[in-house]
Design a protein around this ligand. Structure first.
Ligand code: RUQ
Ligand code: CUA
Length: 668
């Protein structure tokens, strides 16, 4: 739809006719007729406002042509947003229980996914989602799966984009926290999860902080993805031990750099903090040096070496640091200064590093890196990792402004970098073949657009893939300050949509979208026509976790309640507008209840909820879905179970009684 909107004659006319911005009460001509002029006048809209509205407005029923998957930070979910309208379409429950989707509130299937992700101790009910990563084929988004990391607990989740549901959460056995994940290799064989705050490897391992240099370590994990099964294969996954620097964002090489992994680090100072004892705080201690280390990892080789030299740490196959050094799996290159994002260009020729405390982005050449590795180096870090010569591997540096963080790409040979301190998006030209192809001066700043406020990540259409789409860019701003109504002291964050379709210096902000449900970090934007979601589940009785009809799925007329000798009551129910069958379920206090529910619906959007008040249970049964619950009926009394989705005119009648007969006089 977008190209049509962009090329409307009216839009061009509006732009041409309007020279100066309007102020409230100032007459402007929109070029769209008297009625539009009057509305613009009444609302005090400038010509730019009118153009922005025309580019982003979606008439009722028109569907966005791009879909953005955004993290929600410590809300632990994924946000699905349509572009260019910037409408929130839904959330995907991942690490945090979410009742609307029936996620983790009584449903056996989702509780099992969450329990698997909690392996290793506490039952976790939230996560800190940072980096969503769409599955790729030949470096291009294929729309099949989405992965996302949990920084707080070092976990990675797998979401199937046929039903937009989380299928798997894996807990990293090596560490409690991560950051550099999830990032996929060009054919999604591997999902990268890099560490952050160094600690003794192996969850539950203790070492005093005084032994930081000797016993604390960084790490990176390569999760093997089995696309056929749609699951991470933990057995075939492995980790690598790294020096106790704080590894940061990563990116998988592609094209020319296929097989390599780039990963930043900071705190190579190995500061251990402790302000309370008169030590410099981490923020100062970790920022003393001018250079940190870009980690260059040969994943292709590592996947072979691990067969010979992998050892088990907490049951998880890991390549020891010494083995990585001996086998040539790991090289460092100096990088300025407290870097954050590393982003590989579409063809894989360059890795672009942003130093938070350096006004430049530094561009590393894959070719030069490979040559420098082949030549060898005698420079080593304190742990014996070879350090390549900065000048030998750097292609260029571009001065962009203060606080560069992350970089994305478009189809016109531009790169876009977020500037946190400048609170702006910088557009600059790539060099090499990109500059030749697009007839541009290489490696130079083109323009900056201010955003509100404190931009973190940015996402352009397929902007980290091998085929960036251009057109739109979203600035993910950490603060909104004065952009919206004051919702108490806690304010939403602000996504701003930028139009990057025009080359050169024009790159306007079009739209503000408050995010009031979490703190988004990274996002990816995919062309909507690449997604092939199901409209209803493929057959009645579909178990979304097993991906097939469940053996306990129930046909109409076969509903039943069976009381077994062992104090278990098992119920097979069907669900259809507008009744549950059966409607009376009687159990005794203390019975274990196993309840199978099958939606018989085949109509699109005919979703039913199923809650049991007082028992902390709610399911969402989408058309055709099978789900189950298991609980002990320990509370006596009369409980309603009802449909929580307003599904039909007689939705209020979609109810039944759970009668829990007391085993003592107490409840009578
Ligand atoms: S981070 S604002 Cu967790 Cu991706 Cu850079
Ligand atoms: Cu089914 Cu309301």
């Amino acid at each position: 739809m977008r190209p049509t909107l962009r090329s409307t004659a009216a839009l061009a006319a509006a732009a041409a006719l309007l020279g100066c911005p309007a102020e409230p009460g100032q007459r402007v001509s929109t070029g769209l007729g008297a009625k539009a002029d009057q509305i613009a006048y009444d609302r005090g809209l400038t010509p730019d406002d009118v153009a922005a509205a025309l580019k982003t407005y979606m008439p009722s029923g028109r569907i966005d042509d791009h879909i953005m998957f955004a993290s929600s930070g410590h809300a632990g979910q994924v946000l699905v947003i349509g572009l260019p309208s910037m409408r929130l379409l839904r959330t995907i429950a991942v690490f945090t229980p979410e009742p609307w989707q029936g996620w983790g509130v009584g449903g056996k299937e989702s509780m099992e996914v969450l329990a698997h992700g909690s392996a290793g101790g506490k039952h976790l009910t939230w996560g800190d989602t940072h980096h969503p990563s769409l599955s790729e084929t030949n470096g291009v988004y294929d729309g099949e799966f989405l992965f996302i990391g949990d920084k707080a607990n070092a976990r990675v989740a797998v979401i199937d984009l046929r039903d937009f549901e989380t299928k798997q959460i894996v807990k990293n056995p090596l560490a409690t926290s991560d950051h550099g994940g999830a990032f996929v290799t060009p054919n999604t064989e591997w999902v990268v999860e890099g560490g952050q705050y160094a600690a003794p490897l192996g969850v539950g391992t203790y070492a005093p902080i005084e032994e930081y240099d000797q016993r604390y370590r960084g790490y990176v994990t390569f999760w093997k993805f089995d696309r056929k099964k749609g699951r991470i294969d933990v057995e075939r996954s492995f980790g690598m031990e790294l020096p106790p620097y704080w590894q940061d964002l990563a990116d998988a090489g592609k094209g020319e750099s296929d097989g390599l992994i780039f990963m930043n680090s900071f705190n190579v100072e190995r500061a251990t903090g402790g302000v309370e004892s008169g030590n410099p705080p981490f923020e100062a201690g970790a920022s003393q040096r001018d250079m940190d280390y870009l980690h260059i990892i040969d994943l292709k080789k590592a996947a072979e070496v691990v067969q010979r030299r992998g050892v088990k740490i907490n049951g998880f196959t890991t390549i020891p640091l010494q083995a990585s050094i001996e086998e040539g799996l790991l090289h460092f290159a100096p990088e300025p200064k407290s870097p954050h994002g590393v982003d590989v260009t579409p063809g894989g020729e360059y890795a672009i590093v942003s130093g938070k405390l350096d006004p430049h982005v530094t561009i590393y050449s894959t070719k030069k890196i490979r040559e420098a590795i082949a030549r060898g180096t005698s420079n080593k870090d304190p742990y014996g990792v070879p350090v390549l010569d900065f000048d030998a591997v750097v292609e260029a540096q571009v001065e962009l402004g203060l606080g560069p963080l992350h970089t994305q790409f478009d189809d016109k040979g531009y790169a876009y970098t977020s500037l946190f301190l400048d609170t702006a998006v910088a557009r600059w030209t790539l060099g090499g073949e990109y500059a030749k192809k697009h007839g541009q001066a290489p490696w130079s700043l083109v323009t900056k657009t201010p955003v509100q406020y404190n931009i973190g990540h940015l996402a352009a259409v397929e902007g980290d893939s091998a085929s960036p789409g251009g057109g739109w860019l979203v600035a993910m701003n950490k603060w909104s300050i004065d952009r919206f109504f004051t919702t108490g002291p806690l304010l939403p964050q602000n996504f701003q949509l930028l139009d990057i379709s025009e080359p050169g210096e024009t790159m306007p902000v079009l739209y503000d979208m408050p995010i009031g449900v979490g703190e988004p970090h990274y996002a990816q934007i995919i062309r909507a026509d690449k997604l092939k979601p199901w409209e209803v589940y493929p057959e009645v009785g579909w178990n979304p976790m097993t991906g097939q009809r469940d053996p306990n799925a129930t046909e109409k007329g076969k509903e039943r309640i069976v009381r077994r000798d062992d104090g278990v009551v098992e119920i097979w129910s069907t669900v259809v507008r507008s009744h549950f069958t059966p409607e009376h379920v009687k159990v005794r206090q203390g019975d274990r209840v196993i309840w199978h529910l099958t939606s018989l619906e085949r109509a699109r959007d005919a979703t039913h909820g199923f809650c049991i008040g007082g028992y902390n249970i709610n399911l969402s049964l989408e058309p055709g879905e099978y789900a189950s619950i298991e609980f002990v009926a320990d509370q006596p009394g009369v409980f309603q179970f009802y449909c929580t989705e307003f599904c039909s005119a007689l939705h209020l009648e979609m109810v039944g009684y759970l009668l829990v007969e007391p085993t003592t006089d107490a409840g009578k």
